[in-house]
Design a protein. Structure first.
Lengths: 62, 311
């Protein structure tokens, strides 16, 4: 598959239907990647476990 | 033989009779800005990128609407639109690079050919099953996209311009206006359109020129950024009372424009210079009047704006 920049630098009259489909596909890949990045699940902040709390209480620190 | 271009000014005068939201907006912002842009025809060199980019973006989306109307499936229509964008941005045997002379930190440089194709594809995919459906023209039966309007309001004045699209959203008619910007799409961005001269003008135009009473305008904004394009839709509602008020005010603005033309003098509104992203003529107005013309000639180009010329 041709590089995207190479396709953009080519005279559009010389672009085949496959080339156009390739450009559109690259744009959609970029969109999917962007949306993955934007919507990536945020890792939950670790909570103190009950055990830790108990331990802290036992040590008189809580 | 070419048809002579109609002038928006009365013959041999600086009295404008054909007004669009752009020229009216200049007048409302600052009479001097109106004078430089509309009477003298000056345009900042950087301004042309935004204008051309907007036209290319609108043309692409309009072409898509037409293809869908003709029954083409989404993917084939997208391919055809991309080909049209690439062809339309191929100039003198090379790709369009309007932003080549800009500073790298100038956000207008984001308005590139590659980002245009990306923005069009992402937009069309996002709104593939758009709940806002293009309305059909009540007389021609054609989709109501890229509609030119021109109608007389009063005292020989006309309002003219283009509506991007008239749509039906949740069974309510709206004008849809598509915008491209490099700024973040926050509520701050959309606040600039309510109230706004252009939105009121479009609401009036839809009612008078196309006999379609709309609820207001949907602003469909596309943010062009490094590595992504983002789209946000916002609604601006207009009541009949608000439109009446806008029309009343319009006539007063037009009387003021006539007074300026009579006096052949357009005063500065020096409280406007830093608003609206900063007036392109700030640097001119801050200089002594005796040297302004020299700076105008070197920093600006003459490309008169004519509301009567179709896009």
């Amino acid at each position: 598959m041709s590089e995207l920049s190479e396709l953009f630098d080519r005279d559009p009259l010389n672009l085949s239907e496959m080339d156009i489909t390739a450009i559109v596909a690259r744009m959609r890949e970029a969109q999917a990647q962007y949306e993955l990045g934007v919507k990536a699940p945020v890792a939950a902040r670790p909570k103190k476990s009950t055990k830790t709390l108990d331990l802290l209480k036992d040590l008189g620190l809580e | 033989m070419d048809t002579p271009t109609l002038s928006p000014f009365h013959s041999g005068t600086r009295h404008q009779w054909a007004w669009d939201s752009t020229s009216l907006g200049w007048l409302k912002e600052c009479p001097r800005k109106y004078y430089y842009h509309m009477i003298e025809g000056y345009r900042g060199r950087g301004e042309s990128i935004h204008l051309e980019y907007g036209i290319l973006y609108h043309e692409a989306l309009e072409w898509y609407d037409q293809l869908i109307f003709e029954g083409l499936p989404h993917d084939r229509a997208v391919n055809q639109v991309v080909r049209k964008v690439l062809t339309g941005t191929w100039r003198d045997g090379k790709p369009w690079r309007a932003s080549i002379n800009l500073q790298t930190d100038d956000k207008a440089s984001l308005k590139s050919r590659e980002n245009l194709v990306r923005t069009v594809v992402w937009y069309l995919d996002k709104f593939k099953n758009d709940p806002a459906k293009t309305k059909m023209h009540p007389v021609t039966g054609h989709p109501m996209v890229e509609l030119h309007f021109q109608f007389e309001i009063a005292q020989g004045y006309s309002l003219c311009g283009y509506l991007d699209r008239v749509v039906e959203f949740q069974e309510q008619p709206f004008v849809m206006d598509r915008k491209t910007t490099t700024t973040t799409l926050s509520s701050y961005y959309f606040d600039q359109y309510d109230p706004d001269n252009q939105m009121s003008c479009y609401t009036v135009a839809s009612q008078v020129a196309f006999h379609t009473t709309v609820k207001g305008v949907i602003v469909d904004a596309a943010q062009i950024a490094v590595g992504f394009s983002r789209f946000v839709r916002s609604f601006i509602f207009k009541t009949a009372d608000q439109i009446d008020e806008w029309m009343r005010d319009l006539m007063i603005w037009l009387e003021m424009a006539a007074r300026f033309a009579d006096k052949n003098y357009w005063p500065q509104n020096d409280k406007s210079c830093h608003k609206y992203g900063g007036c392109p003529f700030r640097g001119i107005c801050s200089k002594s009047p005796s040297v302004r013309d020299r700076f105008l000639e070197s920093d600006f180009e003459r490309r008169p704006w004519n509301p009567l010329i179709p896009r």
